[in-house]
Design a protein around this ligand. Structure first.
Ligand code: ARG
Ligand code: ZN
Length: 476
């Protein structure tokens, strides 16, 4: 699913370059064989969408609409047997296209009904469809594979992808883990709907995104079918599995909540789990309606991961969270999941918003005010000489994209903006942002434009100081 917004977001340096190169190739072909106008001009889809943080990520030439992922997994052997069916639409005449895939051995690959030639090169899975695909044509790619999906290491040294636990697997995908277990167009700019059909030994619970459609047990195995009906970025997909205590409830505001907690962590996480309904209803009151048909949380024991992730509809926690971390991941459902970045340098739009949401929650529940948190020693109170001020908020780089700056300076930016434009304009802005950009991809430039529109002010200098310049802001 590529919205007009995500197309804008995909117009990155590399993508533009790839497009220019393709146009040049097409021009040459046109000279050599001046066919009839409207005749297909086949070429290869771009092997990347050109995000400088993850240059292999994403592919051009098609737009994914749906992923249907069927697999069996046995925690004892760590072996997955999977078939993923991708439904996509060609956005150019294609004689070749790439998927992103870091998963185990492929045993069969078809485009439509026809077996297709393919080769693997790093995370690129290069597919040669025959017959070729025409612009606007809907097609399926069916990939069958088996083996142990890999753990992926990020530029900041943290791990993601498919992380085995002592009773299953913890499955985080930000920013590049999804292709560990499913072939995909792994860019936040190509959202799609998902269905997961996961079969595991009886007693193991699989928690996927969206709604639980069915649970069927036969011959000592249970199949869980999860359906994510709203568009989702690939990095937010999860099928975290293991031993879980499951609870279902509905918030007073009417949001269905599904929680799965490792039995060893029930006591430690009870306080955070108990606040989920209040947090969701409070955020709905200030951010607008909860964007999905399901909410929840998965609390697991994955000590080597050490972070939580806002997997869509069900954030996943690698240890028992506090209330603040719970609030952070739930806020991401609005900011990050429903409204997503199109390129990773804009990550402050995810992390700054989720961090600021937690400041607001803390104030709402009688803790420090947002102003006190802003002033604190981890925030504006940091000395001007601190290295913290030497990272650019709106372009922190792949090693610092989940570091303090996009989170804390990002949140400070929002609080300073609130002071600059006033409470009324600020809260209108963030609510409008959630509704106008719902299910889409948005950029820092879009946000600046929205802030100027709502406030009627010229905010160029303000955002320059907070987002684009190094150094501790002194006036804005
Ligand atoms: N977005 C997550 C959060 O702040 C953090 C993901 C960290 N991922 C990583 N590979 N370091 O809620
Ligand atoms: Zn976050």
């Amino acid at each position: 699913m590529t919205s007009s917004r995500s197309r804008r977001a995909a117009r990155l340096g590399g993508a533009a370059l790839a497009a220019a190169l393709l146009t040049a190739t097409q021009a040459t072909t046109a000279l050599a064989a001046p066919g009839n106008p409207g005749e297909p001009r086949y070429s290869a889809g771009a092997p990347s969408l050109g995000d400088p943080y993850f240059p292999d990520q994403g592919n051009g030439g098609y737009d994914v609409r749906h992923y249907d992922v069927t697999f069996t997994y046995d925690p004892a052997t760590k072996v997955m047997d999977a078939t993923t069916v991708i439904t996509a639409v060609a956005t150019q005449d294609l004689d070749r296209f790439d998927l992103d895939f870091r998963g185990p051995q492929i045993t069969s690959l078809k485009v439509g009904k026809h077996p297709a030639a393919y080769r693997r090169d790093g995370q690129e899975l290069v597919v040669t469809p025959r017959p070729k695909l025409k612009t606007g044509e809907a097609f399926t790619v069916t990939v069958t594979y088996a083996g142990t999906p890999p753990v992926v290491t990020d530029p900041d040294g943290s791990i993601e992808g498919w992380v085995p636990t002592d009773d299953g697997a913890f499955v985080p995908g930000e920013p590049q883990g999804a292709p560990a277990w499913l072939p995909a167009n792994d860019s936040p700019a190509d959202k799609a709907t998902f269905t997961f059909r996961a079969t595991v030994p009886e007693g193991v619970t699989v928690v996927g995104n969206g709604r639980l459609v069915s649970t069927t047990t036969a011959n000592g195995k249970t199949t869980f079918v999860w359906d994510s009906a709203e568009p989702m970025a690939t990095y937010l997909a999860t099928v975290t599995l293991g031993n879980f205590v499951v609870n279902e409830t509905t918030t007073p505001g009417g949001i269905p909540v599904y929680t799965a907690v490792d039995p060893r962590l029930v006591t430690q996480s009870a306080a955070a789990v108990a606040r989920i309904p209040d947090i969701l209803d409070y955020f709905s009151s200030i951010f607008g309606p909860y964007p999905f048909n399901q909410a929840g949380a998965v609390i697991d024991r994955a000590p080597d991961v050490g972070y939580a992730l806002e997997s869509q509809t069900k954030p996943i926690f690698s240890s028992a969270p506090g209330v603040g971390t719970m609030a952070h991941e739930l806020a991401h459902q609005w900011y990050g999941d429903s409204v997503s970045v199109g390129k990773w340098s804009d990550i402050w739009l995810n992390e700054g918003f989720a961090t600021y949401a937690t400041w607001l929650w803390t104030e709402h529940t009688g803790g420090a005010t947002a102003q006190q948190t802003f002033n604190g020693s981890g925030n504006y109170g940091r000395a001007a000489t601190s290295s913290f001020w030497q990272i650019v908020t709106a372009d922190p780089g792949p090693e610092d994209m989940f570091g303090n700056v996009p989170y804390n300076r990002g949140a400070m930016t929002l609080h300073a903006l609130r002071g600059k434009i006033g409470d009324a304009a600020f809260f209108t802005l963030i609510k409008d942002w959630a509704s106008r950009q719902r299910y889409g991809n948005a950029s820092t430039a879009d946000f600046i434009r929205a802030a100027e529109e709502v406030s009627g002010m010229d905010l160029k200098a303000f955002f320059d100081v907070w987002l684009f310049q190094k150094g501790k802001p002194v006036s804005w």
